[in-house]
Ligand binder design. Structure first.
Ligand SMILES: Nc1ncnc2c1ncn2[C@@H]1O[C@H](COP(=O)(O)OP(=O)(O)OP(=O)(O)O)[C@@H](O)[C@H]1O
Ligand SMILES: [Mg+2]
Length: 725
């Protein structure tokens, strides 16, 4: 039962006595008639006889009157042993003539159904478990970063967030520690109490005791997106009356970068228990003299359960900043964190210890990988609405005036070694990472196409498409960073896959309130998918586009923020309308047409393909291993490649072959059904190796092996020299 323990668990000590005093049961006399229940305090009653005497007294029963006392399960309490064993605090009991007598009237039995503490302890595990083959740890970190972003939304100056990972191998098992620090608004002790309540989101917290001076995320001054100069793509206030799920000022911001990513009241708790078993929340709100500290841990829950204490209760420690008197000297990492408090007006530190050891290896071994996942998630918070365009602008970090200027998310990895007592520290600033997935999409694109979707109701989705051209011998579409590594195939085959560039991947990644929802993708829309019939634009161009969708909280996401609930369905609803957006202005013309024109222009302007000329029929190549590959092959006399012509009989040199060879072009081959001139992105050349007096060999090589920089003169000179030898 919730408090006090069984009457039977008699122990000495004042605490135990206090708890005993509160213990009580509710008793109905149901021998005959319908009387209300009576509460019997069990404090100081240690024996069955005393209990029975107390009942007689409360119910005014005469000494000669016979009765039995039973539980609602009709187990009789007849001696001190059963009294100890069967009764728990808050139980309902009956007075009856016999244990199996019919109830003379109905009764009401009090029950509690507080969730088991596993609700908290195991929440993260179940929430992150289905992680599609990826290690979900970065997504747990993201929950803590979400909270820090929300808490710093109103900062006047910099918004500093640090993920500090201390891997300490000095003692067996290690005193590892993972901590997220921020200089946000902090929490009062009441807020800190609320933090611990599972599912108490800001929406159902609204009318509860509210305390801090801050007015909630969404209302901000300097540093907020509202005062940057956004590229306005829709009307500035698209949101109607605030409803549940919105703050009053939650109106439109570019890319929905509104910092409202503290949402369901679960993220922080799920994350910390996924990372480890003990969490110390340390926080100080502005204008407060005191620091508030709360520890919740699995061990503590277990202890409370064993002692029959209230599970969901504990103590907040209120203390002066920098006071480490309650922390043992072994916990030097926590002491260090506390010692940094002095002089800081407001902050929060989430300190997780007893880190699950399965995470340690991943953190060390994949240090190059998981920070990129985080900079992918927060790409637009870090770089602003236009994303990381720095390199595209000649490598200069010309960041736009946006909230991103103020957001600093740093990862500090500290490794402390046992043997040398050495200490290794590595700091990664997420904004400096140059190759997260979004940066790659942005920097490898030649052009972009912005649009807006208006979804029935009030939903607005901003969208952007980017074109990744074909350059000479390769697609420039960024490879999927998260895909399991593929076994290297013969390089010659690389361009002839049936769907190059994006492959079978979906086009769109999806952001919610400015942060990536990593497991939801949208394949495509009707207006940007390849036409059924072969058109003016080669079909492969449709596979050279990547895209991003940006929604606000009008679209629901799962509580683990890994998937959208119904984004695609709503986007594909027949009432959803799409329009192109150019320089901030919504265009009236039909989006299909606009997209088509854009794609055509991208193809003509940016794709560098090869023109095959002088068609000479089709052949079969039985020497090839795969049946599918053997036919048909179209034969051509010449090619035109980026302004240069290569033709039959011409001397050429190879590149990226071992050894480099020279040869005379025999013909060009292109897999597929063609008649006459064609632009293509692959193809092969058949060359007779020179000097032919030394070699008697014909070789077929992929066109990417053709060195286009060698002049005819150079080739001729080489052959003459070789022959002279
Ligand atoms: N770093 C922080 N600074 C200030 N307040 C915080 C911080 N972290 C958490 N809180 C407070 O604790 C509450 C609970 O956090 P938690 O992450 O568990 O849920 P949430 O952020 O409300 O919702 P979500 O499920 O989306 O994460 C937050 O709403 C916020 O009020
Ligand atoms: Mg949260």
């Amino acid at each position: 039962m919730a408090s006090g323990g069984r009457p039977g668990t008699r122990s000495s000590g004042q605490d135990a006595m206090d708890a005993e005093e509160e213990t009580s049961v509710f008793v109905y006399d149901r021998r005959d008639g319908d009387y209300p229940e009576k509460k019997i305090q069990l404090g100081g009653i240690f024996k069955f006889e005393s209990f029975k005497a107390r009942i007689r007294e409360v119910f005014e029963l005469k000494n000669e009157e016979e009765f039995v006392i039973v539980t609602t399960n009709r187990e009789e309490i007849k001696d001190t042993k059963t009294y100890d064993k069967l009764i728990e605090d808050g139980d309902t009991l009956y007075i009856l003539n016999t244990a199996d007598q019919e109830l003379a009237a109905p009764t009401q039995e009090r029950i509690d159904y507080l969730p088991h503490y596993d609700t908290l302890v195991k929440s993260g595990m179940y929430e992150y478990y289905a992680s599609e083959g990826q290690n979900p740890l970065p997504y747990a970190f993201a929950e803590l970063i979400d909270n820090a972003l929300a808490a710093t939304a109103d900062n006047v100056g910099d918004r500093n967030i640090e993920l500090r990972i201390i891997l300490d191998d000095r003692i067996e098992g290690g005193k590892h520690c993972i901590c997220v620090l921020d200089n946000g608004h902090g929490m009062t002790s009441k807020d800190l109490n609320d933090w611990a309540v599972y599912r108490l989101s800001k929406f159902n917290r609204k009318d509860r005791r509210r305390s801090t001076g801050y007015s909630g995320p969404g209302m901000r001054g300097r540093g907020g997106a509202a005062q940057s100069a956004p590229q306005v793509t829709v009307d500035t206030r698209t949101r109607a009356e605030p409803t549940a799920g919105e703050s009053e000022l939650g109106f439109w911001r570019p890319r929905s970068l509104n910092s409202e990513i503290s949402y369901f009241g679960v993220g922080g708790k799920q994350a910390v228990f996924f990372i480890g078993t003990t969490t110390r929340m340390i926080t100080k709100p502005k204008n407060s003299k005191d620091v508030h500290e709360l520890v919740i841990s699995q061990e503590d829950f277990e202890k409370k359960e064993k002692n029959k204490e209230k599970i969901y209760s504990g103590y907040i420690r209120n203390r002066k900043p920098g006071d480490t008197s309650h922390i043992s000297s072994e916990e030097d990492h926590i002491r260090k964190i506390i010692s940094e408090e002095t002089g800081r007006e407001n902050f929060t530190a989430v300190v997780v210890t007893n880190v699950n050891t399965v995470h340690l290896k991943f953190l060390k071994d994949y240090m190059k990988y998981w920070p990129k996942q985080l900079s992918h998630i927060y790409h637009y918070y870090l770089h602003g609405p236009q994303g990381n365009t720095a390199a595209a602008e000649g490598g200069k970090r010309a960041r736009c005036d946006s909230p991103s200027q103020h957001i600093h998310i740093q990862i500090k990895l500290i490794q402390i070694k046992l043997i040398q007592m050495g200490r290794k520290e590595k700091i990664v600033d997420l904004r400096e990472l140059e190759d997260d997935m979004q940066t790659q999409y942005i920097q490898k694109s030649a052009d972009s196409f912005e649009f807006k979707a208006t979804v029935e109701g009030t939903g607005i989705v901003e969208g952007i498409l980017r074109y990744h051209p074909f350059l000479y011998d390769r697609e420039t579409y960024p490879p999927d960073m998260y895909a399991p590594p593929v076994v290297e195939e013969d390089e010659d085959d690389c361009v002839s896959t049936d769907r190059p560039a994006r492959g079978k991947r979906p086009i769109f990644e999806c952001y919610w309130n400015g942060r990536l929802i990593p497991y939801t993708f949208v394949d495509d829309f009707e207006w940007c998918s390849p036409p059924k019939k072969r058109g003016v634009i080669p079909v492969e161009c449709y596979n050279r586009i990547s895209g991003c969708l940006f929604t606000n909280d009008k679209f629901q996401v799962s509580t683990n923020k890994l998937t959208f609930m119904d984004l695609e369905v709503r986007l594909k609803d027949k009432n959803t309308t799409y329009s192109m957006v150019k320089q901030g202005q919504e265009q009236r013309a039909k989006i299909d047409r606009q997209f088509f024109e854009w794609l055509k222009e991208c193809h003509e302007k940016y794709d560098k393909q090869v023109k095959f000329c002088g068609f000479g029929g089709s052949i079969t190549r039985p020497e090839l291993a795969s049946k599918k590959q053997q036919a048909p092959w179209a034969v051509f006399k010449s090619i035109e490649w980026d302004g240069k012509v290569f033709k039959e009989g011409q001397l050429v040199r190879t590149q990226r072959t071992v050894p480099i060879i020279y040869g005379t072009i025999q013909r060009f081959l292109l897999h597929g059904d063609y008649e006459g001139e064609v632009f293509a992105t692959g193809g092969e050349m058949e060359i007779r190796q020179e000097p032919s007096s030394l070699y008697d060999e014909v070789k077929v090589l992929h066109l990417s092996k053709l060195d286009r920089s060698t002049t005819k003169l150079q080739a001729k000179k080489y052959i003459e020299e070789e022959e002279a030898k």
